[in-house]
Design a protein around this ligand. Structure first.
Ligand SMILES: Cc1cc2nc3c(=O)[nH]c(=O)nc-3n(C[C@H](O)[C@H](O)[C@H](O)COP(=O)(O)O)c2cc1C
Ligand SMILES: CCCCC(=O)C(=O)O
Length: 365
């Protein structure tokens, strides 16, 4: 059986330049983290509860003052105009129409203001978050923050899993290191001291520290999420620092290939945070039931990266809408089958590991 998402990926593969397909699909090193993200979900199972459901479920979640129609949001992915001429605008409209939150990023091929406009043209209260990497020069970081604020973004997502860029062997093989003529990292234009901007203006900052994060937080009143947290001690530090939310992520297996599957890292992070701030997760979510598993293990919401790119490459705005609607329908269906009325009804006691009898001490949770 071919799942609808897999079918879209195969269509996307046919429509994309092979170097661009491999850039989207690939991961670092042997792609262990990439593969494990999906396989780890497949190793988990849900113990449904009975006789306590509702005629209609409420799948909405609240996140930092925004509401999403489902606990599935769009993770930041670079260069959407490689996939489709409408690029980030198409993703913004589809995400707004699906009622959920888009995270656009500093590596977008459409300026953040245009992305927010596209989302709001579809739904006036659509929420867009902005993802950034801390830049070596604080003035550059600050200029990006101002761009996001001015555009109307409602949260900042600081990606902290990329002190250096991952080693992606597919990109090496294709020699894919820059954007084709006509495309640029539009948010990087005309920033202080970065020259004409574009992709090469995006710097990784191996020496950035909690001090730099404090400085960023002092620049803005927007909620700040850290993306790429895997160690429970970092989760504790982040809460102590006053960070507003965490995203458990291994960057879709594109950074540290030795990183664990995100859903396996999640329970310890959730325990460390103990409900004090929302914990999100991304990596390997391909079904509504994957979202349900992550919620049961302590996530407030999950993000999807590649599924959105496959929808975009296969069928533009319509393809992205199809992906998000499918995940919504599947999540609602899973919730109904588990006897849940709302996402809060998915709890850790409902998660077991396949291949081991439940209740025999076999579950790591
Ligand atoms: C092609 C591609 C580009 C990405 N670009 C970014 C980025 O610019 N910033 C970032 O924080 N994460 C980036 N990510 C990581 C995603 O935000 C997310 O963590 C990951 O894709 C989730 O895994 P999934 O693709 O299995 O859903 C990118 C991922 C992909 C596949
Ligand atoms: C400098 C572009 C960053 C894109 C990215 O994060 C990725 O390809 O995973």
């Amino acid at each position: 059986m071919t799942s609808p998402l897999r079918a879209l990926r195969l269509r996307a593969r046919r429509s994309l330049d092979p170097a661009h397909y491999d850039y989207y699909a690939g991961g670092a090193g042997d792609e262990r983290a990439l593969g494990e993200n999906e396989r780890a979900f497949a190793r988990l199972a849900l113990l449904p509860r009975i006789l306590r459901g509702a005629e209609r479920r409420d799948t909405t979640v609240a996140l930092f003052g925004d509401r999403a129609a489902m606990p599935v949001i769009v993770s930041p992915t670079a260069f959407h105009r490689l996939a489709h001429p409408q690029g980030e605008r198409a993703v913004a409209r589809a995400t707004a129409a699906a009622g959920t939150i888009l995270t656009t990023g500093m590596a977008a091929t459409t300026p953040v203001a245009a992305v927010v406009d596209a989302a709001r043209s579809e739904r006036p209260d659509a929420a867009v978050w902005f993802q950034l990497y801390l830049q070596p020069e604080p003035e550059v970081t600050e200029a990006l923050v101002r761009r996001a604020e001015k555009a109307g973004c409602s949260a900042l997502v600081v990606t902290v899993d990329s002190p250096v860029f991952g080693r992606r062997e597919r990109d090496e093989r294709h020699g894919f290191h820059d954007l084709p003529a006509g495309l640029a990292a539009e948010n990087m234009r005309d920033l202080p001291g970065t020259g004409p901007g574009g992709l090469r203006a995006i710097a990784m900052s191996p020496a950035s520290s909690w001090d730099d994060l404090r400085r960023l937080r002092s620049m803005t009143a927007l909620p700040v999420l850290l993306k790429g947290v895997l160690h429970p001690e970092d989760a504790r530090l982040a809460v102590a620092e006053g960070v507003d939310g965490l995203i458990v992520s291994n960057h879709g297996g594109r950074q540290l290939d030795a990183a664990p599957a995100t859903v396996e890292a999640l329970p310890r992070i959730a325990d460390a945070v103990a409900g004090r701030i929302p914990v999100l997760l991304d990596g390997g979510v391909r079904r509504g039931s994957d979202a349900a598993l992550a919620l049961a293990l302590g996530a407030t919401a999950v993000g999807v990266g590649r599924p959105v790119l496959w929808g975009l490459a296969a069928d533009g705005e319509k393809g992205v809408r199809q992906v998000l609607d499918l995940l919504h329908t599947e999540f609602d269906h899973t919730l109904a089958l588990c006897g849940g009325r709302s996402p809060a009804d998915l709890t850790r006691d409902m998660v077991v590991t396949r291949g081991r009898p439940a209740g025999t001490g076999g579950s790591p949770w």
